[in-house]
Design a protein around this ligand. Structure first.
Ligand code: NAD
Length: 253
């Protein structure tokens, strides 16, 4: 385990999946963690696992695409846990469809949660990072940023997050703040389970099909992604900024 020192981290979309694993990993490394998701009650399990292991966590309910809710959430974290200097923009949704069937609402929802959400959260947290002279922003991109059938909205959002990440690296570097993106491939979570259901196959079949196309011959786990995020969030990653790391069991480009 790496030692990153005790800081305050916010992980969005941390009620389950990759966000929950990341919150637990950062807590295990000594951070106090704000477990943020749409519904504070849904964060209880993640918070209990952290506190049960001796860590410090706070459940925060907020919609990352809502400017007022984001401002209130970040203020609450600063008041109750301390100034946040690690931010993981992980909250996400899918609204997959082929272009000709994709509604404008499905386009907007995906762009708002991933892109507007990451923008609003980062803008609200950056002043705490700048004041501290230290910050770590980690954004969740995806292998779908390279293009994926049925995901015009999601691919655009995830590619957009890569440009956003690099711009943050340019703007915030002089304040001791780094920004990087982790781009997972197929990770077994409720998000991919829902995709299998939409495709009319079992999740087990979907994972077997996915694993066959991945060099390491298995699909990823939330902990695989949390490990990569924890590196970018660590003190020793201070000279690594503006990077996109694919966590996909093999090379992608
Ligand atoms: P998930 O669906 O299991 O969890 C996403 C969480 O985000 C949920 O708890 C949900 O309530 C929360 N959320 C959604 N909208 C929100 C909003 N507006 N405000 C606050 N919280 C909100 O998903 P996951 O598989 O754990 O994915 C996490 C991130 O990783 C997402 O950004 C996703 O796009 C990305 N990702 C996942 C995979 C994969 O294979 N699972 C691959 C690449 C990228």
């Amino acid at each position: 385990m790496t030692t990153t020192g005790r800081r305050v981290a916010i992980v969005t979309g941390a009620a389950r999946g990759i966000g929950a694993a990341t919150a637990e990993r950062l807590a295990a490394e000594g951070h106090a963690v704000a477990v943020l998701d749409l519904d504070a009650a849904a964060c209880a399990d993640t918070v209990e696992r952290i506190t049960g292991n001796g860590g410090r966590a706070l459940a925060v309910g907020a919609d990352v695409s809502d400017e007022a809710q984001v401002a209130a959430a970040v203020e609450r974290v600063a008041a109750e846990l301390g100034a946040p200097t690690v931010l993981v923009n992980n909250a996400g949704v899918l609204r997959d469809n082929l272009l000709f069937k994709m509604s404008a609402a499905d386009w907007d929802t995906v762009l708002q949660v991933h892109l507007r959400g990451a923008f609003l959260m980062t803008r609200a947290v950056q002043k705490h990072m700048v004041d501290a002279g230290f910050g770590r922003v980690v954004n969740l991109s995806s292998s779908s940023a390279l293009g994926n059938r049925g995901q015009a909205n999601y691919a655009a959002a995830k590619a957009g997050l890569q440009g956003f990440t690099k711009t943050l690296a340019f703007e915030l570097g002089k304040f001791g703040v780094t920004a990087n993106a982790v781009a997972p491939g197929f990770i077994a979570t409720e998000m991919t389970a829902a995709t299998a259901e939409r495709m009319g196959i079992t999740f087990a079949e979907f994972k077997t099909l996915g694993a066959a196309a991945i060099p390491v011959q298995r699909v990823g786990t939330p902990e695989d992604v949390a490990g990569a995020i924890a590196f970018f969030a660590s003190e020793q990653a201070g000279f690594v900024s503006g990077q996109v790391l694919y966590v996909a069991g093999g090379p992608l480009d």
